[in-house]
Design a protein around this ligand. Structure first.
Ligand SMILES: Nc1nc2c(ncn2[C@@H]2O[C@H](COP(=O)(O)OP(=O)(O)OP(=O)(O)O)[C@@H](O)[C@H]2O)c(=O)[nH]1
Length: 205
């Protein structure tokens, strides 16, 4: 069984908990206690594979969020970055978070493919007071090579289910790629070691 860890990041009130709870329960719950971090567990099956999903939904005020942002790749296999389309400041913050994820990845995993991220423009039902165009979300996602989707946690389940499923598929591919890479560099160093030990000796016989 695969273990997949995701983290939701975004400004306070962007709708992180709403998006996650919609995915996990299919329901929209208007208000959440938002003074503590939450770690959700769910077993699910995607493409016939059983998965243990863990999703960290940080309380935006908590200092733990800073820890996760400092070492994101040590904690999560993938990220959901949420902003509110009717709040430009949350979009600017999403940009900063994407930048921090990218920088942390460069420090920790040189040469690896980018960690899977999905950028989510939430509260699409508030498009009459929209402050961020859909195209701006799309451009930002292109800049950071991540998927992008506008959703309304208040109104729709399906878009949110699709984006999580797509992200989890990407994470599974990414984990497989990392494992293959580790195996490959392990066997390369073993070949080098054998060559160093026996290759030279054979030459001198
Ligand atoms: N209209 C509308 N309101 C939403 C939507 N999603 C969330 N909300 C509301 O936005 C507010 C904040 O939602 P939360 O899910 O608590 O936001 P959060 O990002 O988890 O906030 P923190 O816990 O403070 O980090 C709540 O009042 C929700 O009911 C949406 O799609 N549409």
């Amino acid at each position: 069984m695969n273990d997949i860890k995701l983290a939701l990041l975004g400004s306070p009130g962007a709708g992180k908990s709403a998006v996650l709870v919609r995915f996990l329960t299919r329901r929209f719950i208007g208000e959440y206690a938002s003074n503590s971090n939450s770690l959700y567990h769910k077993r699910l099956s995607i493409d016939g594979r059983q998965l243990n999903l863990e999703v960290f939904d940080p309380c935006s005020q908590s200092s733990e969020v800073q820890c996760i942002l400092q070492e994101p790749l040590l904690w999560a296999d993938g990220f959901v970055v949420v902003y509110n389309i009717s709040d430009r400041a949350s979009f600017i913050n999403a940009n900063n978070i994407l930048m921090q994820i990218r920088e942390a990845r460069m420090d920790n995993c040189k040469g690896e493919v980018e960690v899977p991220v999905v950028l989510v423009g939430n509260k699409q039902d508030l498009c009459h007071v929209r402050q961020v165009l859909e195209d701006e979300g799309l451009c930002l996602a292109q800049e950071y090579h991540c998927h992008f989707q506008e959703v309304s946690a208040a109104e729709s389940y399906q878009d949110i289910a699709n984006l999580f499923t797509q992200l989890i598929r990407q994470v599974m591919e990414h984990l497989k790629y990392r494992a293959d890479r580790r195996r490959y560099s392990g066997s390369k160093s073993m070949a080098k070691l054998i060559n160093n030990m026996f290759g030279k000796r054979r030459k001198s016989v």
